[in-house]
Write a protein that binds this ligand. Structure first.
Ligand code: S3P
Length: 424
């Protein structure tokens, strides 16, 4: 499905941001480990989170939708010994986290995915799991992964990567392993796993950049998922660059391991205000007001990168409207996402007329007041590129057409409806 976007009039109104993808995955996975019945409120409608639900179903949980976004998971019959084929679709989080869950259980499972996922690096999770004694077959460290689960040994693992998926994989293997499993990372990555495991009664401790976990049983508790700041990001940027906009985004997750985009926007001069916040299931949640403003370029690198890794494509769009240059460095792992997000982002934004160039570990944007548009662009089967290009189209002089826009369904099927609502 191709979608065209034209220069927009001001965005106005209020949106309740749909469920966080990372937290939805974890809520369903951890619910499936309780051996009891767990109600999850506000589960993500994205295709990735559906893949996770299908996987826990195949592994023996009963999954029942009470309404569109409320799901009841009964795991009294889950994780029985057997042979399983588990389709992760496009979802890296499903593949990497389930690797950790399955490696320590008495069963054999093949985790496979679509073309894009089959090319993504899995060595980052295979290496620590093998150190724990896991038996995993793979082809050149890519999916499909065939996991023959068994009892594992605890390890003290120092990761070179600040990756929440790697951290979560090791912690989930440690959750079912006798002894103390330790994991350290160079910078803090998103900590939803630690928070939710703690909320569900796991024996987990976090000291700075190190987490420690012991074998534990999870308690079945009702869970509620907050809105996804990575989905909110498209509207934060859109309202900041479309003149005269003023919007409120409600129920946005404000976990400090995810709010790098807010810090960067404030540094660039954006008019952004947190209106109210509270804690829901061990996660900070709040409402954000954002208004149009003039921006200046900034440098982005180091510890902030994992706190805004998924927002870098839309931050490039933001930077294209700033005065001066924005330099993004230390973000080489962007090349290992649903697409090579550095190469693909730069090539498509250049087509629209943005002054952006690729570096080995990031990109440089020279902001300017006009973006031409008037062309077709590709999203390379990547949901975040599709939505970032749409936001760029809102300020382009002529129409931009994005090919295969249906890829937004991976994380944010409501995106267009929400955008039209702010334009009406
Ligand atoms: C995620 C972690 C990040 C992020 C991805 C979701 C998670 O990946 O990019 O969209 O839910 O743990 P990495 O762990 O590879 O950085």
């Amino acid at each position: 499905m191709d979608i065209s976007v034209e220069k927009s009039k001001s965005l106005k109104g209020q949106l309740t941001i749909p469920a966080d993808k990372s937290i939805s995955h974890r809520a369903a996975m951890f619910a499936s480990l309780t051996g009891g019945s767990v109600r999850i409120n506000n589960y993500s409608l994205g295709a990735d989170c559906k893949s996770t639900l299908e996987i826990i179903k195949t592994l023996g949980s009963r999954v029942e939708f009470l309404d569109e976004t409320t799901v009841l998971i009964d795991s009294s019959d889950a994780y029985k010994n057997g042979l399983y084929r588990l389709d992760c679709g496009n979802s890296g989080t499903s593949m990497r986290l389930f690797s950790g869950i399955l490696a320590s259980r008495e069963l054999e499972a093949t985790l496979y995915g679509d073309q894009s996922l089959s090319k993504r690096p899995m060595k980052r999770v295979i290496t620590p799991l093998e150190l724990m004694g896991a038996k995993i077959k793979h082809s050149k460290y890519c999916a499909p992964l065939v996991i023959k689960g068994d009892e594992l040994y605890p390890i003290d693992y120092r990761s070179q990567l600040a990756s929440a998926q790697v951290k979560s994989c090791v912690l989930l293997a440690g959750l079912n392993t006798v002894g103390l499993t330790k994991f350290s990372e160079p910078f803090k990555s998103r900590d939803h796993t630690e928070r939710l495991l703690e909320y569900m009664g796991a024996d987990i401790m976090v000291e700075g950049l190190t987490c420690k976990i012991q074998k534990s049983r999870l308690i079945p508790r009702e869970l509620s998922v907050c809105g996804d700041i990575s989905s909110a990001a498209f509207f934060l940027v859109a309202a900041t660059i479309v003149p005269d906009s003023d919007i409120i985004l409600k129920n946005v997750g404000l976990n400090s391991t995810r709010t790098g985009i807010i810090d960067v926007m404030q540094k660039m001069g954006a008019r952004l205000e947190i209106l109210e916040s509270k804690s829901v299931c061990n996660e900070l949640v709040g409402d954000i007001r954002v208004q149009y403003s003039e921006l200046v370029g900034v440098e982005i690198g180091g510890e902030i990168i994992p706190r805004l890794i998924d927002e870098l494509p839309v931050i490039a769009v933001l930077a294209s409207r700033a005065s001066g240059s924005t330099i993004v460095r230390d973000a080489a792992d962007l090349r290992n996402k649903e697409s090579d997000r550095i190469k693909c982002l730069v090539s498509e934004l250049q087509k629209i007329g943005v002054n952006i160039s690729e570096t080995t570990d990031g990109f440089v944007v020279h902001g300017k007041s006009k973006i031409d548009g008037g062309c077709h662009v590709e999203c390379y089967h990547d949901h975040r590129l599709a939505m970032s290009l749409y936001v760029a189209g809102l300020v382009a002089e002529s129409k931009v057409t994005i090919r295969d826009f249906q890829w937004v369904d991976i994380s944010f099927p409501e995106f267009l409806r929400f955008m039209y609502q702010l334009q009406s």
